[in-house]
Design a protein around this ligand. Structure first.
Ligand code: FE
Length: 254
């Protein structure tokens, strides 16, 4: 390491040895500059734009690093700007030149031809991630209020019972998929899981209804930070749920 030499003149000596007219040469090691900043995150969610087509990215209501420490910036950036964008672009390819181009994503999913795997995977991937990013945010967590709280208490017994059931479903889901809180047509709430990019709007859904919230348990959602520890990712996800957004989605349910 390069050493800087500082010449200290008689001032220090004067204080210590009172008036010694002596000049000392002291070699002082100066610390080199160190990188203490967090790993820089490239890009801005606003710049993530799909190729020309029927569907577009909806943006994020926060920056890539705003969900720290529960969801790390690198994961959020990769998940949104690579995985989610990929689904959106491939969805645009799948609907191009077909009557689906003028339909809403929910209409496409409700009437989905399950044998059309390109459409199934990418329409699902696009929609599922839209909800995922929508219902989380910084300075969130806690408990729901309003109608969501009322229905959770009615249908699950308590918020804690609901949380346990949802968490257990996420921990227990084998492979890649999603866990959902669904508003069913009869006005009750239910937790369900789907594999791959399927969701509760699709004709094959075990529990059909309007999705109020979800959690992505594909490895790409947590592996960079949590590695194989999916349960830790799920536990921390509760700190990110913005219940006002879940409440808003309930207002959209028919
Ligand atoms: Fe994902």
């Amino acid at each position: 390491m390069k050493k800087n030499v500082l010449l200290l003149t008689g001032i220090a000596s004067f204080l210590l040895f009172s008036c010694k007219d002596k000049e000392e040469m002291i070699e002082v090691e100066v610390p080199s500059a160190t990188t203490t900043e967090a790993t820089p995150v490239n890009g801005d969610p606003k710049t993530v734009v799909a190729n020309q087509g029927a569907f577009q990215m909806k943006g994020l209501n926060y920056g890539y690093n705003d969900l720290e420490p529960y969801m790390d910036a690198q994961t959020v950036e990769t998940h949104y700007s690579k995985h989610h964008l990929g689904y959106c672009n491939k969805l645009n390819d799948a609907v191009k030149g077909t009557p689906l181009e003028t339909m809403s994503i929910e209409e496409i999913l409700n009437g989905l031809d399950l044998k059309n795997s390109a459409l199934r995977n990418n329409a699902g991937g696009y929609y599922n991630h839209n909800i995922f990013w929508e219902i989380i945010g910084p300075k969130a967590g806690g408990k729901p209020t309003g109608k969501v709280a009322e229905l959770i208490n009615k249908d699950f017994g308590s918020f804690d019972a609901f949380k346990t059931q949802f968490t257990d479903a996420a921990k227990g889901l084998f492979g890649s998929g999603w866990v959902w809180l669904v508003y069913q047509n009869d006005g009750t709430l239910k937790i369900t899981t789907t594999t791959n990019q399927d969701n509760p709007l699709m004709p094959n859904a075990e529990v059909k209804g309007y999705p109020l919230m979800n959690i992505d348990v594909w490895e790409h959602a947590y592996y960079l930070k949590y590695k194989n520890e999916r349960p830790k990712y799920i536990e921390n996800f509760w700190q990110l749920i913005d219940w006002s957004k879940v409440e808003y989605r309930m207002s959209l349910a028919k």
